[in-house]
Write a protein that binds this ligand. Structure first.
Ligand code: ANZ
Length: 747
């Protein structure tokens, strides 16, 4: 393997390595491990095979521990963090060395190092297994076994790692004809080759403990290899079972006078620690941490990607990175940029671009023709947003300190071990070389729920065509299903029933939008019919951001009506020709305490709900405010200006228009968001009894500071009281603040 360092940073972060890569013939490119899911490409689902190729790798493994540790301080969904933890896959154990024996039983002077997470089970190791790719394999195999081992290696090379490690697959293997010594008790144990051990993980070799590992148990049973029980479960004797006991327990059958090692009676945890200590003292091994994370294969055989700024000197194929003065390196124009199909990148067709000179030495050189994967750009675009015009540096330090890190990042969980892991890695590299000031790029990540198709209602019918209620139907009978349109459905408690016969309960389900289900809502159609603001407001109104929720067309109509109400309240009813006022019907006068209270409560609620990403309840508060405002007979401009600012993040186009009609000449984008004044948030209303001619007829809610005129105005507009007062001649009003209002009318 030849690896060249092209970075000036202390750690090697990028290198060119001949490695078995994921090659996707259909896409004509190699793919990163993160882009291969269950043996097929993440995009398109095409088969992926393993093939050795010389490729650029980014050394993300250098950052495995930091990527894991720093997850703790992030406000991300726990499930997302767990996916990254599993992908990084930290495993703590030991590397132990098993000396290889010659035919005469003496040590040959070479050892096989295994990686194990269960050093406590070392006395139960009854054979070793090497991966078919293990570099020592060839030198160990006995002459009579060589043919079988060769055949086996050939067979294994055609399987993917996934096929090899699948638990259900029958385990296969071949004896190498060679033995090793178990260092714990000096016993000679056979060395096998089997493809359930991977060459790319740990040391590519294992000590097999069939009593306590399921795969080893299956293998040993098949090939008649001894099974030694060394861990006693807390509650029963493990040896009586016909399968492996993989759990922890108390160690037994684990002492040797030959080596002096004795771990009997210890717990698994204590025994592991003791074996590691013993191995370190006797130079038989050491503690070891392993990661599942692999280096990031960073080259693609694609035209559309950032070209890698590296050249190869013609005389010795040494790679040289281009100096900063030559950057950015841009793609050459190509007529045919389709993949070549051979593994040669499309850029290899750009002969005059490929042929260049080394700007430092002036020697002839060739450009690297692989390009970067699509993830490269998304690893740092958020930094450019902070300083998009900067042509001198990636991001100005001061601007980065002001804006970074990203406060809230809304995105899908499907990027958990792709973009969100890669971007964290790049950010850490940029932190190490002083470009950014924070260790993490995204403080908080929110996974938004998906918008499902409209709820579909299904009724069940028996063979005679009669409806059967969904709760009473036994699915075993002959039933057929009928789709019921929404207008024939009503809600009854928690369930949906037929309007014409409420005893028939329906099945209500919302499906993910998909072409095949025919339930896709095209946002452009919605915008054409209701406007972009309605769509936006409705999407916010549908429910909490993190929940998946069904689309509902009557819901958007509701939101559209609300916007109409807001418009008419501020601009007035349509004029006779259908157009509207140029200005507003709001008046230039001071708002009443009651109006201020209404507004500031709304501001408080909307602000709180934005912070908590519960936009839906914030919008409900605005709807309540508008309902209350419709009852006012005066509409002070200052109140509606504040309201329009509250509405603007949800319905920016209409809010901007209303803002201008309210008499402003600058965009509302430059206005601060309203702040709730605590003075108006206290509820200081008292109940004032109202008498008419000495007889109590009802009550009104008034402020403590309420005047006689204000109390009388409230009483005469009150639904219950107005009939005793309206149209009557008022003789006298007796008002005792905070106590009573008595109106004397001419009978
Ligand atoms: C002995 C043993 C006894 C094990 C026991 C397990 C149970 P994780 O947690 O995934 O790191 N192993 C090591 N290298 C391997 C490879 N290249 N291919 C396949 N399997 C490999 O798992 C580590 C365990 O997986 C190791 O601990 C080893 O089996 C196996 F009762 O060693 B163990």
């Amino acid at each position: 393997m030849d690896t060249m360092d092209i970075s000036s940073a202390p750690e090697k972060r990028i290198g060119l390595s001949e490695v078995p890569v994921n090659w996707c013939p259909a896409l004509g490119t190699v793919l990163a491990n993160e882009e291969v899911i269950d043996g097929v490409s993440e995009r398109g689902g095409h088969p992926v095979i393993r093939k050795p190729m010389r490729q650029w790798m980014l050394r993300i493994t250098e950052y495995a521990d930091r990527l894991l540790r720093d997850l703790e301080e992030l406000d991300w969904p726990e499930s997302l963090k767990e996916m990254q933890r599993n992908w990084i896959g930290k495993s703590e154990g030991a590397e132990l060395e098993f000396p290889v024996l010659a035919v005469d039983g003496r040590e040959r002077g070479v050892g096989i190092t295994v990686y194990t997470t269960r050093p406590d089970t070392i006395f139960g190791a009854t054979y070793l297994v090497l991966a078919p790719e293990h570099p020592l394999l060839e030198s160990l195999v006995s002459t009579d076994q060589a043919k079988y081992v060769e055949e086996y290696k050939e067979l294994a090379s055609r399987k993917s790692d996934l096929e090899r490690t699948e638990l259900q697959k029958e385990k296969t293997g071949v004896f190498t004809g060679c033995y090793a010594k178990n260092p714990a008790n000096g016993v000679a144990i056979p060395i096998w080759v089997a493809d359930y051990v991977l060459g790319s993980y740990g040391t590519g070799a294992i000590m097999a403990v069939p009593a306590h590992d399921t795969r080893d148990h299956e293998f040993a049973s098949k090939y008649d290899i001894p099974i030694h029980w060394v861990v006693k479960p807390d509650d029963e004797d493990g040896s009586s079972q016909g399968k492996a006991y993989p759990g922890d327990g108390i160690i037994m059958n684990s002492s040797s006078s030959a080596t002096g090692l004795d771990i009997n009676g210890l717990s698994s945890k204590e025994a592991s620690a003791k074996v590691i200590q013993w191995a370190e003292e006797t130079r038989n091994g050491n503690k070891k941490v392993n990661y599942k994370l692999r280096d990031w294969l960073f080259a693609r055989q694609r035209y559309w990607g950032e070209p890698i700024p590296v050249i190869f000197l013609d005389d010795n194929s040494e790679s040289v990175s281009l100096p900063e003065s030559e950057l950015p390196l841009t793609l050459p124009e190509l007529d045919d940029f389709t993949p070549t199909g051979t593994g040669d990148p499309p850029l290899s067709k750009a002969a005059s671009w490929v042929q260049t000179v080394d700007p430092i030495s002036g020697k002839p050189a060739r450009r690297e023709t692989n390009t970067m994967p699509q993830w490269a750009g998304s690893c740092w675009y958020y930094l450019r947003f902070m300083d998009p015009e900067n042509s001198k540096e990636l991001v100005n330090k001061e601007k980065e300190r002001y804006w970074g890190p990203v406060d809230v990042y809304v995105g899908g969980a499907e990027h958990a071990v792709l973009h969100l892991l890669y971007a964290r890695f790049w950010h850490k590299v940029l932190y190490d070389i002083g470009v950014v000031s924070t260790k993490e790029p995204f403080k908080c990540v929110i996974n938004q729920g998906i918008i499902l198709g409209e709820v579909q209602y299904t009724a069940l019918k028996d063979t005679n065509g009669n409806f059967i209620s969904a709760d009473s139907a036994t699915m075993s009978g002959d039933l057929c299903q009928e789709q019921i349109p929404e207008e024939k459905v009503m809600k009854s408690g928690e369930f949906f029933v037929l309007k014409e016969n409420p005893s028939i309960r329906l099945i209500a389900r919302a499906y993910k939008m998909s072409k095949s289900k025919g339930n896709v809502i095209n946002p452009e159609d919605v915008v054409a019919e209701y406007g972009a603001d309605s769509l936006r407001l409705y999407e916010m109104f549908m429910g909490p951001l993190r929940d998946s929720k069904p689309w509902n067309t009557s819901g958007i109509e509701g939101v559209y009506r609300f916007m109409g109400r807001v418009w008419r309240l501020i601009v007035g009813s349509p004029l006779s020709d259908g157009s509207f006022n140029d200005g507003t019907i709001a008046v230039d006068e001071d708002p009443t305490i009651e109006q201020l209270r209404s507004l500031h409560k709304c501001i408080e609620k909307v602000t709180e709900e934005i912070e908590a990403t519960r936009f839906n309840t914030g919008i409900s508060a605005m709807m309540e405010f508008i309902n209350a405002a419709y009852k006012w007979d005066r509409h002070p401009r200052s109140i509606f200006e504040a309201f329009v600012l509250l509405l603007s993040p949800y319905a920016p186009h209409m809010a901007e228009e209303l803002w201008f009609r309210l008499g402003n000449s600058n965009s509302l984008a430059y206005e601060p968001f309203p702040k709730a004044n605590p003075a108006y948030l206290k509820d200081s209303k008292t109940v004032l009894p109202v008498q008419v001619n000495g007889k109590t007829r009802g009550t009104i809610q008034v402020e403590e500071t309420c005047t006689e005129d204000e109390a009388f105005r409230l009483a005469s507009t009150d639904e219950k009281l107005s009939k005793y007062i309206d149209g009557k001649t008022i003789k006298k009003k007796i008002f005792v603040p905070g106590k009573i209002l008595n109106v004397i009318v001419v009978p």
